[in-house]
Design a protein around this ligand. Structure first.
Ligand SMILES: Nc1ncnc2c1ncn2[C@@H]1O[C@H](COP(=O)(O)OP(=O)(O)OP(=O)(O)O)[C@@H](O)[C@H]1O
Length: 487
């Protein structure tokens, strides 16, 4: 600590402050994030997780990590004083609570965050070149973390920074999760409601495609200066997200961006492109590559792998064409594979052993979507729905699917909405991390946790292996949310 001089407070987060500091020796500026919390609370874990994860990430588009320290000190809880008149003689002992301060020192991004940039525009749209340059760098940062099997879980314009040279940096890894880390299993996460994908509202596990959805929200914000799922009520917000209903991008933007947004906002995560696909074989890839700094273009990728990806792309295209042509044999192969393993997910258990590809429950119980199926879509804030694209009008929608969507127009989604009724919609821009309460204390390591990176997983993979990966923990976060609001 003595090695740094504090220059100013940059901002206050939910758990602590961010300070601009200067290293006394070379006068380089850094950001010091302090988080003070009772040791028993989950925020300490988040701070540690951020420090540990950031320390393993070295990439030009990720906020660089310098060091972290942790201190624990006792404070006395003085509530006993307040009631001492009731127990004049018996209460003489003070109770102590252990507080933790987790401090991380990281790169200072003097350009501020993208939310600030968007606000500073005062309604004047960003040039296309700027959007593509920033977005392509966001993709490279995301690719780096996904390659390490890390999910960011809180990608939003407020957590993406700019340096004074205009380089994009992904930051705020406080919610991130290394899939092979014990901590990753120890907490679950809801996210920032405005950026949360439909599967999370559907109580399904977070996966790499959920990060893609959030990235889509940021891209949309850069293109329009508005959030894709603007709403005046929680109900409207959640419905719009679950239906993937947004106002189309301005027509002046290239069709590749329209096409990309449409795919990033596919409600089924399986239909969203992975970050590898966006960068290497999506229609937008060529456009993105034009805007990448030369040294960062994916030249490391082996020729063989690139060929595999191209083949994969052609195969998928071929399958789509076959579907439309109604060629039964191909259609059968595709549907058997897809319906059997709804989401192609390979996951690892805690010990790192590969376990069978995970199946999503065919009939998820008590999910928001199920309730929504019977929900009334009457909401004052549904403007974008009215103007926006109606997914049921898309080609390929069966009559059954259309009917299922229309059936949402009935009862309100009681459990979640009654919970959210009391919360103002502005809180939907905040990050929510929900911690499991039923964790055995012995499971929670005391010191900073080590992230065990599985080297095999850092090797480039083909698109097949790359389709999805997800948190291996599933529990009822809505119940946890309920507990939070009741407290
Ligand atoms: N590396 C950084 N460089 C420049 N500014 C930063 C950096 N990290 C954080 N900030 C700024 O510091 C302020 C506080 O950030 P912090 O991450 O502590 O909380 P937050 O993102 O505002 O809230 P929360 O994380 O609780 O949702 C924000 O304005 C953020 O833009």
């Amino acid at each position: 600590m003595d090695r740094y001089t504090v220059l100013k407070v940059i901002g206050e987060g939910s758990f602590g402050r961010a300070l601009l500091v200067q290293l006394n020796t070379d006068k380089v500026k850094w950001v010091m994030k302090e988080i003070r919390l009772p040791k028993a609370e989950g925020g300490v874990e988040s701070a540690r997780a951020e420090a540990v994860l950031l320390s393993t990430m070295t990439h030009p588009n990720i906020v660089a990590f310098r060091e972290s320290f942790e201190d624990v000190y006792p404070i006395h809880t003085n509530w006993i004083h307040c009631f001492s008149f009731l127990f004049p003689l018996s209460v003489i002992a003070l109770s102590f609570q252990m507080m933790a301060i987790c401090t991380s020192v990281m790169e200072f991004c003097s350009g501020g965050d993208l939310l600030q940039k968007i606000r500073q525009q005062n309604g004047s749209l960003f040039p296309e070149d700027v959007i593509l340059r920033w977005f392509s760098q966001m993709c490279l940062g995301t690719k780096h973390i996904h390659d390490k099997r890390v999910l960011h879980r809180d990608l939003k314009s407020k957590n993406i920074f700019l340096t004074d040279h205009g380089t994009i940096k992904l930051g705020d890894f406080g919610s991130a999760c290394a899939l092979n880390s014990a901590k990753g299993y120890a907490q679950t996460y809801v996210g920032t409601p405005y950026y949360v994908s439909p599967e999370i509202w559907d109580n399904q596990p977070y996966n790499n495609k959920s990060d893609i959805w959030s990235l889509g929200c940021v891209l949309y914000e850069l293109c329009t200066l508005r959030h894709p799922f603007e709403a005046r009520s929680w109900k409207s917000l959640i419905l719009k997200v679950c239906r993937g209903s947004y106002t189309p991008l301005p027509s002046r933007l290239p069709y590749e961006l329209h096409y990309l947004i449409k795919h990033m906002f596919k409600t089924n995560p399986r239909d969203r492109p992975s970050i590898h696909t966006i960068l290497s074989s999506h229609r937008v890839s060529r456009l993105l590559h034009k805007h990448l700094p030369e040294e960062q273009i994916l030249k490391k990728e082996s020729k063989e792998l690139t060929e595999k990806r191209v083949n994969q792309w052609r195969k998928e295209e071929g399958e789509k064409v076959a579907m439309f042509l109604g060629q039964k044999s191909l259609l059968n192969t595709t549907t058997t594979k897809d319906s059997d393993i709804s989401f192609k997910i390979s996951s690892e258990n805690r010990t790192g052993n590969i376990v069978a590809r995970k199946r999503w429950a065919k009939e998820p119980s008590n999910t928001v979507l199920q309730v929504f199926r019977n929900a009334d879509i009457i909401s004052s804030g549904d403007t974008a729905t009215a103007q926006g694209s109606d997914p049921t009008k898309e080609e390929g929608f069966t009559e059954m699917q259309k009917l299922e969507r229309r059936q949402w127009d009935k009862d309100p989604p009681e459990r979640l909405l009654s919970l959210l009724e009391k919360a103002p919609l502005s809180t939907a821009f905040s990050t929510y991390i929900i911690h499991r309460h039923n964790l055995n204390d012995d499971d929670a390591p005391d010191g900073p946790e080590e992230v065990h990176v599985d080297q095999n997983r850092l090797e480039p993979r083909s698109d097949d292996e790359d389709t999805d990966f997800e948190e291996d923990c599933q529990f009822d976060w809505q119940a946890e949310l309920e507990k939070m609001f009741v407290c």
